[in-house]
Design a binder for this molecule. Sequence first.
Ligand code: BGC
Length: 762
Amino acid sequence: MDERGSVPALVASLSVEHKAALCLGSDFWHTAPIESAGIESIMVSDGPHGLRKQPGRADHAGLSGSVPATCFPTASALGSSWDPELVRAVGAAIGLEARAQDVAVVLGPGINIKRSPLCGRNFEYLSEDPHLSGRLAAAMVEGLQSQQVGASLKHFAANNQETDRVRISADVDERTLREIYLPAFEYVVTTARPWTVMCSYNKINGEYASQHRWLLTDLLRGEWGFDGVVVSDWGAVHDRVAALAAGLDLEMPPDLGVSDRAIISAVVAGRLDEALLDQAAARVLHLVQRSRRREPATVDAGTQHALARRAAGDSMVLLKNAGGVLPLQDGPGLSVAVIGEFARTPRFQGAGSSQVSPTRVDIPLEELTAALPAAAVRYAPGFSISGAADPGLAAAAVSCAAGADVIIAFLGLPPAEESEGFDRTHIDLPAAQTDLLARLATAYPDTPIVVVLFNGSAVRTSTWDHAAAAVIECWLAGQATGSALADVLTGAVNPSGRLTETIPVRLQDTPSYLNFPGEQGHVRYGEGVFVGYRGFDAADLPVAYPFGHGLSYSTFRYSALNVTHGGSLDGGDLTVTVSCSVTNAGERPGREVAQLYVGDPDASVARPPRELKRFHKLNLAGGETKQVTFTLNARDLSYWSPARREWTVEPGLFELAVGASSRDLRLTHTITVSGTPPRPLLTGMSTLEEWLDDPSGGPALRHEIGTDPDGQPAGILGNDELIKIIGNFTLHTLAAFPGLGITHEVLAKLITPASAVAPGGS
Ligand code: BGC
């Protein structure tokens, strides 16, 4: 029998009590079993960069243990691969471990937009860009679900900070939601069909996400067609009945004895339509049923680790490589000084609900020493991870580096400075580390220094990177960080990671700076759509390293841009095809991420100068050339019009740019898109100017006002100067002004249903 088909009959046979029970878990990680009806319980576990199955005491912070699992790169690292295929493989590998552990749903991926580098949970998120986040997260969901394990897309929505995260109201306008904070969710829901979506803790414009009907029902199910389960973030439910009515199916963990009673009495009292309870129970049942298809699996820890190593290597971002100091050339003459506690105590994941117990951890110092068998590698910790200054450690590190051919300094954020649960207050590395770097640079001005960074979200580089010949951003790259880093440092892996977030020169430059993290229960998303590079570019601000940036040991050339367009805007089938050639001008194999940005310079609304719309990671042998082709549609050229409440394209010029980063655009082309300009719905509250400018509204208004006895335009129509001065008054207001010819009768004629001028209508 079709599984979904059997669900309604089962629901019909259940009591209100049983249905209420299904809409709550039975404990921290399980749904409720209903033995009398043969309904099993299923287990859910965190994600997103590895499985955190807690067999024993459940907690919220990864403090009590979880079964060993492969710790893959966290999202900030994995996202930097810009490689959906790799992300899909990691998703499948996490799904395999979930299958083997009898876990039905993995609580991830997390795809909230990095609104500020201060957000403590940025390491769990993919990017400041919605297009990139959506494409990568869809691959993660597909990978997970290929193992018959469900994903839980989180945290829906506008959960972009940890400060006051369970109460704060994200005050954000609809255009910004639609263009920045929702598209990644939309893309994943509509293409990868996650089994569950997790609502966030916060409020959106004053309403808790857990009881936000527009979000959970009108948009998610109505517009996007989501047919899975909406689960609460852990503890996000405040009013179980309101949440259920808004579309929240499963409360986790269950507020047993409270939420179930509230649902039952609301149904009995007629305050909650039982059909809504049936619907939620049916969705949970379907989830239980579909997870029964899961087959047992065995996991080879070595194979999983090898994937974690590949993923980490492909995610590291070579920010700088002056004089080609990297890769290191092994040889008997090579003397390497490794400095920094992180070299033997790597930071490879973040703290909180995503923290997994790794199956093993590769230590960078050991791996690098093994990868340079002929070289002499020495080591000094230089500082303690806590960040506190230690003059003895620093002095020993300076001595250790004497006579080295190259110094590799392992720097990063202390774990206590960055975690789920709180935000940072600054983006600087600890002074003990940057002071040590400065001392090394002063003591050995002729010795190149390679800085290796471990941090979950952007750190300021602008105050110290002049002292470094090379900088590698590892992010928090999982349990294989050490071996993967050795691969990158020695050139066994040609770096191909690219930034998914801008590294600012200063925190103060970041677009959300003045509105983060809010106050008195509200955070105003005052920068609107100008998040990340969209804001830096619009304000024309210098950045330390731009969005999309990342070097390779190869260089890549772009050529032969070709742009064609087909279909038409008015016909609804516009396509713009952009292709170009990319050549690996180096000798070693390398990987380049070709990025396509689109700008709408003539837009009537404020739009970012350019937005990422497509990207493709290419494998290129030395000297090889490949063609890359991108196809855009009308949505890719559009903005969300709050007035029209729809995606809107304004015909005219569009700038297309292909390149290696948002600020390294190699080929550009301008196209003209023709079509009927979008028009506002004209009402009495439209201004005189809006009426006169409208191709249908203008003539209609002129006709109604008519002409004077000399045949000249009557009333205000004959007075251009006055039109200039009061043209921004609404017709409704002007109808009360004498002598303009805009009377209430005129208005009534213009806006009767028959003569109303509809958008795009006549
Ligand atoms: C986090 C979620 C997590 C859940 C279960 C919450 O505090 O926000 O991301 O999945 O706990 O651990």
